[in-house]
Design a protein around this ligand. Structure first.
Ligand SMILES: [Zn+2]
Length: 234
C-alpha cells in the first residue's frame, strides 16, 4: 500500500511540473506570487501535504487527498470562492488516481454531490463538475436537491444534520448501481450521509466516497466529527 502511494506521489509530481510549465503566468492561488494557478514551490508544498488516506465509517470507505488546511485549502477556495477555474485542472490531477482506483468495479457509476441552487447562482458554475471533467472520467448527474438548504458552514452540527436530512433525491437511473460518491470537502459528513440515504432509497449503493479534502475540526486525522454525527443518527 505504501509502495502504491509513493509511486502515485511520484507520478503526480511529474504531471504537476508538466502542468505548471504549460500554463500562462499570473498569480499563484496559494501564495499570491507568480505563476498561476500554483507556483512550483507551492505545488511541492502541496505534495508534502498530500495524504491519500482512507477511513471507513459505517461501511463507507472515504478516500481523500488532503487535510482541509493550509495550501490545499487555499487551492480549493480559489476554485470555489474566487472562481479560479484553472485550478480545476490541478485538483483533477489529485482526484483522478483516487477515483480510478475506485471505479474498477463493474456497474460503478461516479456521482458528484450537486451544488445547491444558491451556490450555483452565486458562482455560475459547478466546481466539482469542472474538476471531474478535467480528470476525464464519466460522471452521472443522478442527485438533486429536492428542497432548499442553508449554507452549512454557519450552522452547529445538529442543525447541519437537520438542514440536510431528506433534502437530496436520487434519480431512478441509480437503481442497482454501485455508486462512487464525489464531494469537494467532507466536513461533518452530514451531506455524505444524506446522499447515501437518497441513493439507497432509489435502489443504489454507495460503495465509496472520494473527496479532495477532509475537514475534521476535532483532533485530525481522526474522524471524530463524523463519528459524532453518526451517533446522533443512530
Ligand atoms: Zn505559490
Amino acid at each position: 500500500m505504501h509502495q502504491i502511494l509513493v509511486s502515485l506521489g511520484a507520478l503526480l509530481r511529474k504531471s504537476f511540473s508538466y502542468f505548471i510549465e504549460a500554463i500562462a503566468p499570473s498569480n499563484c492561488a496559494v501564495c499570491g506570487k507568480l505563476p498561476k494557478p500554483v507556483c512550483v514551490g507551492c505545488a511541492n508544498g502541496l505534495f508534502e501535504e498530500a495524504l491519500f488516506e482512507s477511513r471507513q465509517i459505517l461501511g463507507i470507505n472515504i478516500h481523500y487527498a488532503f487535510a482541509y488546511r493550509g495550501g490545499p485549502r487555499e487551492l480549493i477556495l480559489a476554485l470555489k470562492q474566487h472562481g479560479e477555474t484553472e485550478v480545476a485542472r490541478l485538483l483533477a490531477l489529485v482526484l483522478q488516481p483516487l477515483l480510478t482506483r475506485e471505479v474498477g468495479v463493474a456497474d460503478t457509476v461516479i456521482v458528484a454531490i450537486p451544488p445547491t441552487a444558491t451556490s450555483m447562482r452565486r458562482r455560475g458554475f459547478w466546481p466539482m463538475q469542472l474538476v471531474l471533467r478535467q480528470a476525464g472520467l464519466p460522471v452521472r448527474n443522478l442527485l438533486k436537491w429536492s428542497r432548499k438548504v442553508k449554507a452549512q458552514h454557519n450552522l452547529p452540527r445538529a442543525a447541519r444534520r437537520q438542514n440536510r436530512q431528506g433534502a437530496l433525491t436520487a434519480k431512478p437511473a441509480v437503481a442497482g448501481r454501485n455508486v462512487v460518491l464525489v464531494d469537494d470537502v467532507v466536513t461533518t459528513g452530514a451531506t455524505v450521509i444524506e446522499a447515501r440515504r437518497a441513493i439507497s432509497e432509489a435502489g443504489g449503493e454507495v460503495v465509496a466516497v472520494v473527496a479532495l479534502a477532509l475537514a475534521a475540526k476535532i483532533n485530525y486525522p481522526h474522524f471524530e466529527s463524523i463519528d459524532e454525527t453518526l451517533k446522533e443518527l443512530r
